[in-house]
Write a protein that binds this ligand. Sequence first.
Ligand SMILES: NC(=O)c1ccc[n+]([C@@H]2O[C@H](COP(=O)([O-])OP(=O)(O)OC[C@H]3O[C@@H](n4cnc5c(N)ncnc54)[C@H](O)[C@@H]3O)[C@@H](O)[C@H]2O)c1
Length: 329
Amino acid sequence: MNKMKIGVTGGAGYIGSHVVLSLLEQGHQVIVIDDLSSGSMKNVFSDESSYTFIQEDFSSEKGLKTLFDFLPDVVFHFAAQKAAGVSMQHPEHFSKHNIRSTLKLIEALSQSECGNFIFSSSAAVYGKPEYLPLDEEHPLRPLNYYGFTKQCIEENLKWFSRLGKMRFASLRYFNAAGYNINNQIQGIEKDANNLLPVIMETAIGKRPILDIFGTDYDTKDGTCLRDYIHTDDLAKAHLLSMEYILKEGKDLFVNLGGAKGASVLEVLQLAEEVIGKKIPHRFVGRREGDPPALFASSEKAYKILGWKAEHSSLKEVIESTWKVYFASL
Ligand SMILES: NC(=O)c1ccc[n+]([C@@H]2O[C@H](COP(=O)([O-])OP(=O)(O)OC[C@H]3O[C@@H](n4cnc5c(N)ncnc54)[C@H](O)[C@@H]3O)[C@@H](O)[C@H]2O)c1
């Protein structure tokens, strides 16, 4: 693939930094616009000559100008608020950051020379599964406002594309987990909400105890079952999606999951084995809006992109995460 100029919002965050690493490895020139509200300077590749980092809100006048003055061929948009629980208490925060700011970016892109957009969507667009595994045809009925913000942007992308303003890929991630297998990403998440970082923070003493929400779900051990997808696998899917929209000239909605669910207790037990100690935990009531099981069909990603998860075994995900948290001590 030709070397290109790529603009990345949120590229100092957890998933964005893994994708930036892969883009740099493929020889692309990258500009990252990140305000570091939840990202980390540790995820900034300042030694790379084909990499520029700008600390700025991507939706500010300066952020948008910097991004489009770079004349990117493709924009990857990772910057967003992602705590689904918080979105139910503060929808105004999510409408501002995930909808209004993203629309400003889409508007600016539609008026620029750049016609290609890769969007970080989420499995949260589906809501309560009517069947499993979840495929891309499943109805979109988000259970939380966060999921709605992703659906709202997807709807806008469809219109902008239909009106000839852009091509896009909307990647619906399941639970992103794990760290770069070559140990090149070291920034740990701020204000982590997902199971694995919370387990890790409990293991290193940053949190006193892990809460397990609900033990009476209709799953093999009563705890929720989720689909974990390694960030290196996600990164690869981003590059393939970029290639697809550029070569085929078509839009894409695609699920990215490891396709094999694991329960909260399975993750905890394996994490205890990998870390070599017991993780303090307690069982508490169910959380509003948590479906018992969520896992993806990745058939479309395989058929269209030739992609399948290679590093998303629970063991690889946990081991690579523990390496980074252990090093942070
Ligand atoms: N982590 C997951 O499991 C998961 C699952 C589904 C979807 N997603 C989506 O993937 C994307 C990336 O998630 P992540 O886990 O890497 O989160 P993250 O919080 O680690 O990364 C987001 C990055 O965006 C930056 N940012 C936020 N607002 C900004 C702004 N206005 N201007 C500039 N930079 C800004 C943050 O500093 C951070 O570096 C998000 O859109 C999220 O909704 C994540």
